[in-house]
Design a protein around this ligand. Structure first.
Ligand code: ATP
Length: 357
């Protein structure tokens, strides 16, 4: 697939501060792409350089084959939706959505039809006459979306559009945004610091740290094969254990767990000291009647965090400094263990992730 947006060696300095450090990136037409990273990593800056709201210090940005150097924001095939609902409170919903069509040569009737269509797209059909100030946060964000979509941009840039919404509304809007993106087929670039949001919504994610891209991959690859410890820590929960490569064929020794033989694709080319990552859901507390696990060890429950559908246990295992985090579904008939209980713990060498740093 050809790239719709191409960034090459993009750098951004704010005085002495180096906000973007050599960003190379290709975003495909029609994809839902997310820029994910902790506060201050440069994701908003990157989005704003694509929008033309911020000039790059060096490097190039091409959209649809065209160099964007010197092209003003309003002449780019992009449109931005901000975190703060940028709607005009004194205008009606329809006036807000139609705002960008002021200079559009179409007739009033045609424009009204386009406005209604855009409102229907975001689930606000029939809301045109309402005053914007009387809308809820979620509805205002939909109005802002409709206003951006009516201009038919090639790329929609979304800067933390859902962060001001409560959790239920945010989850609902995530699904709606995904549906909308598939329906209109426009390229969406989302900035978020919420890893779950990025995993749920994106075709691909660029994880950023300190003005650089740490890893760019689809959600499953990011979760299962994080490139390094920093990415692993940022995406989901992970236990880190010290380990040692015993040979070049994939035999390793993991502290507290023992020796394991890895598949070739799991092993690292370099030998010696390594860090081994284990997701909490790949470990399991064994209860009577459970089938024999591939591998097992013993531990003592040090902490129990009950979430209703899940319980997170901290389990102490001999030979490891920190307890292992283990997540368990709360199935019917399965007790929740108490602190101090000794338990058998199942693990699986296929779930080990080898990390260099
Ligand atoms: P957040 O989620 O907190 O918005 P972010 O990853 O989007 O974080 P940016 O807003 O891109 O981060 O900012 C990256 C860095 O650049 C920050 O340290 C910020 O202080 C700095 N920065 C951003 N804009 C400017 C500016 N106009 N002048 C000076 N420094 C800036």
């Amino acid at each position: 697939m050809t790239a719709l947006i191409e960034l090459k060696s993009v750098e951004k300095h704010y005085g002495d501060y180096h906000a973007l450090r050599g960003i190379d990136l290709e975003i495909r037409a029609g994809e839902f792409f997310s820029l994910l990273g902790p506060s201050g990593c440069g994701k908003t800056t990157l989005l704003r350089t694509i929008a033309g709201l911020e000039e790059v210090s060096s490097g190039t940005i091409r959209i649809d084959g065209r160099d964007m150097k010197g092209v003003a924001a309003n002449h780019r095939p992009t449109n931005m939706v901000f975190q703060s609902y940028a709607v005009f409170p004194h205008l009606s919903v329809a006036e807000n959505v139609g705002f960008g069509l002021r200079r559009d040569p179409r007739s009033k009737v045609e424009k009204a039809r386009a406005v209604e269509q855009a409102l229907e797209m975001v689930g606000l059909g029939g809301y045109g006459k309402r005053r914007a100030h009387a809308l809820s946060g979620g509805q205002r964000q939909r109005v802002a979306l409709a206003r951006a979509l009516i201009l038919e941009p090639k790329v929609l840039l979304l800067d933390e559009p859902l962060s001001a919404l409560d959790r239920l509304m945010r989850e609902q809007m995530q699904l709606e945004l995904m549906r909308l993106q598939r329906q209109v087929g426009i390229t969406f670039i989302l900035v978020t610091h919420d890893q779950e949001e990025a995993l749920v919504m994106s075709d691909r994610i660029a994880v950023m740290f300190d003005g650089q891209i740490g890893q760019l991959a689809d959600p499953e690859t990011l979760y299962r094969k994080p490139a390094n410890r920093r990415v692993a820590q940022f995406i989901g929960k992970m236990n880190f254990l010290p380990g040692r490569m015993l040979d070049q064929r994939g035999a390793i020794e993991v502290a507290g767990l023992g020796r394991a033989e890895l598949a070739p694709e799991q092993a690292l080319p370099a030998g010696g000291e390594i860090t081994v990552g284990l997701r909490p859901e790949t470990l399991a507390i064994l209860f009577d009647g459970d089938t024999a696990p591939r591998r097992e060890t013993r531990g003592t429950v040090a902490e129990v965090v009950y979430y209703g559908d899940m319980t997170y246990y901290e389990v102490r295992v001999d030979g490891i400094d920190r307890p292992l985090t283990v997540s368990m579904k709360n199935l019917i008939g399965r007790p929740v263990l108490e602190v101090g209980a000794t338990t058998r713990l199942a693990w699986d060498e296929r779930a080990l992730v080898l990390l260099t740093a």
